[in-house]
Design a protein around this ligand. Structure first.
Ligand code: 4NP
Length: 157
């Protein structure tokens, strides 16, 4: 089932949180029989063309999502027209997206954990400079956010 829904996850570097969110959402959508377009991007250009961080790849793979083929890219103003939903991983990312959002944007802009009951306003913490454990927490957060987002967009009867 598809209704043209296209989701873009955005973090800072596009090598840890947003590719993991993309992997989690793709996995959940497949499990639910949904065909949803999904991509991820960074507010910054530091890691353009690079695969996800090895720790992100390993944790995603452990949970059944292969994200090794993804490559970093920087978010663009056109993304606000190409995607129906642009979803920020933390408040800095959200503030950046609000600043660059063009006047003719059609995408709904939100913070990922705002979709999770009781977690409004929370950030998915940046795991890049932390230990490997942090990436398990990242996976738990992006999975919860993606599941709640899909629940909202495709209510299960
Ligand atoms: P991400 O994590 O925003 O979740 O991809 C980061 C990746 C790289 C850097 C910072 C955060 N960095 O400083 O290079």
């Amino acid at each position: 089932m598809t209704d043209g829904t296209a989701i873009l996850f955005v973090c800072l570097g596009n090598i840890c949180r947003s590719p993991m969110a993309e992997g989690a959402l793709r996995l959940l959508a497949r499990e639910r029989g949904l065909s949803v377009t999904c991509d991820s991007a960074g507010t910054n250009c530091w890691h353009v063309g690079e695969p996800p961080d090895r720790r992100a790849q390993q944790v995603a793979a452990r949970h059944g999502a292969d994200i090794s083929h993804l490559r970093g890219r920087q978010v663009s103003t056109g993304d606000f027209r190409r995607f129906t939903h642009v979803v920020a991983l933390d408040r800095n990312n959200l503030a950046h997206l609000r600043r660059i959002r063009p006047e003719d944007a059609t995408a709904d802009l939100s913070l990922l954990l705002d979709h999770v009951a009781g977690r409004a306003g929370e950030a998915v913490a940046d795991p890049y400079y932390g230990s490997a454990d942090g990436f398990e927490q990242t996976w738990a957060d992006v999975r919860a956010g993606s599941a709640a987002l899909l629940d909202r967009l495709f209510p299960q009867v």
